[in-house]
Design a binder for this molecule. Sequence first.
Ligand SMILES: C/C=C(\C)C(=O)SCCNC(=O)CCNC(=O)[C@H](O)C(C)(C)COP(=O)(O)OP(=O)(O)OC[C@H]1O[C@@H](n2cnc3c(N)ncnc32)[C@H](O)[C@@H]1OP(=O)(O)O
Length: 719
Amino acid sequence: MAQFTRVSRSVGLITLQNPPVNALSAVTRQGIVDAVKSALGDPKVKSVVICGQNGIFCGGADIKEFGTNITGPPLVPMIHAIEASNKPVVAAIEGSAFGGGLELALGCHYRVAHSKAKLGLTEVTLGLLPAAGGTQRLPRLIGVPAALNLITTGRHVTAAEALQLGIVDQVTDHNTVDEAVKFALSVAGKSLDARRISTYPCPRPSDVDALFEEVMQKVRQSARGAIAPIACVQAVRAAATLPYSQGMEREQELMATLFTSGQARALQYCFFAQRAVGRWSMPSGARWDTSKPRSIRKAAVIGLGTMGRGIAVALAQAGLSVVAVETQEKQFTEAKKMVSGMMERGAKRRGTAPPLDKITYSQNIQAVADVDLVIEAVFEDMALKEKVFQQLSTICKQGTFLCTNTSALDVDHLASQTRNPELVVGMHFFAPAHVMKLLEVVYGPRSSPQAVATAMQLGKKMGKVSVAVGNCRGFVGNRMLKPYLEQALFLLEEGATPELVDGALEEFGFALGVFKMSDLSGLDVGWKIRKGDGLVEPGLASGPSARIRQGRRYSPLGDLLCEQGRFGQKTGQGWYRYDKPGSRVARYDPWLHSFLEEYRTQHGIVARRMDQQEVLERCLYALINEGFRILEDGIAAGPEDIDIIYVFGYSWPRHRGGPMFYASMVGLAKVLKRLEHYHQAHPDIPYMQPCNLLRRLVASGSPPVHKWKEAIKKLRSQL
Ligand SMILES: C/C=C(\C)C(=O)SCCNC(=O)CCNC(=O)[C@H](O)C(C)(C)COP(=O)(O)OP(=O)(O)OC[C@H]1O[C@@H](n2cnc3c(N)ncnc32)[C@H](O)[C@@H]1OP(=O)(O)O
């Protein structure tokens, strides 16, 4: 709702009251319409201020209403009535003014913002466009290039930048509402002719066609198949080329196509899923709201390889004191230099001072004796990690949380090396750890709720999206990646090329296809793991049995490349060829293609043609099937956890909502049918055998993704 009061005798104050973010729900819109009517009808009111309660102006349209039959007064005429008012209306912006919130402010005649406020037309991040006049007013106010930048990215601007761009008229460090009231008193009775943005001519760039063509090309490239940014460009083009009323019609038309699109549903699902993962629970019944985290002031990182360095930087940037330990001399010297460089570059980007003094370095593990939490990031070797955990358990003060950054190893086994296994959890960061947003917090059967709560809170402090998951080989992300990578190799054996597979996945929306990604990460990483698992058999025996290992189909292609020293980008050769070691542009490699042909001949495989559809189905459905197994095993609490891991850690295209959401959009029955088909065709690939949970969900009528958690609980209780 919205409340109308009169302050300073002649200022009508309209306060949006819809906690927590004053979203523009039907009731709130009705409240605003009524309050504006009261203010304009009150002869004592000479000017009006619109603000939001609890320090936040407005979080925009109520996203929860989008999937429903929307009632109440629409935003466009409501904002238009405010702009058309003959009494000056001032927006008092505290906290956030996002989406429809900023559009409401743009309908006001003046805007006063607190210095800490953030503003943005964020609709594009939800698969929409600013359809309450935002695409038509903003370019008229700040010009086409700046408006295009804000509208197509949805980025948040600070009050200072908003002032510089001309979005706000005044920035204050004081009480924003008081300042806005003063402002409103000062403009009462003044002409509003020059204050209604919709009446401004849109500044027309000299060569509109060339500008929009260039922007469209850039946006298409970065959108990776998302349609909303493209519609945003089209809407702004309408502002630059059409009168306001026709521009508004175009805005509405474009919005109508987006509103019901699967992409908007996917992006809105991601918005809520990202928040839902913070409300974690464990099979023991422990939960986010009943488990109290401990405050961590001083932390240690053991091992300053690539991951350890990134983790140390992330901790220091979050304001913690960090003890960084590396026992190897060469790595120690190199790491100190690298870490300082990373912090300096980060600080330069943010315009702050680098927190260099937050980190102390040591070559002696004893230096961690007084820290509150340790993150072990040594080489991925169980024997080495066991030793580190045994040492930590004796060195650290009572109650220190011991965390491992392992990406796949058994967290419970590491816990068993310590005196207090309840203090042990996994904190699985993604490279580069100071940049990537995802953190998997892995609990073992003995991890205490407090240890999980503490790791989750620490992740939040570091600006991460933290997801609590159970302990199994590869946890959620890497466990699901295995069948995906495996399928890609099998496709190559059967006749595909890295270009075909990567092309299909990149068209689907991944930033990099599976082979380019492997070249980037380094092929030797997986090779070492496979060697450890006893899967690698050097030499190339022929015949089908050479491709069966441990009773299931196996492709040695990756091993054969590694045997040739082809480790990917770092060696200049992998699945592609690079101009020199370390180069990033993947080029077609004739050697690889002859190698694949030779391999097929040697193994009696007749290459067949395959299309992008098969590539997508085999790679993605194998991954999704494993996702269902993870849900069945209770390793992830719900589909949202899996989806957020994939969107934030594995570049799954956000506009497709994550693998489990994608499966629900494709239709569970179809996913099941295709898995059955591929399993029949390839009975030696166990990953293709449809998971029981998937079968049971289909049998129970394929409930929508937001009902899976409940359905799984019910299915479990029937067992
Ligand atoms: C056409 C379309 C138009 C006109 C639109 O306006 S589309 C909506 C555009 N608005 C946004 O994109 C803003 C979305 N919200 C945020 O970015 C943030 O919530 C915030 C910056 C406003 C506040 O952040 P924070 O303080 O961290 O709080 P949370 O993000 O955790 O949010 C708190 C709860 O509020 C729910 N919420 C937030 N925004 C909306 C909204 N616009 N509609 C409905 N609900 C909203 C959010 O989901 C949290 O609730 P729970 O999920 O935890 O129950």
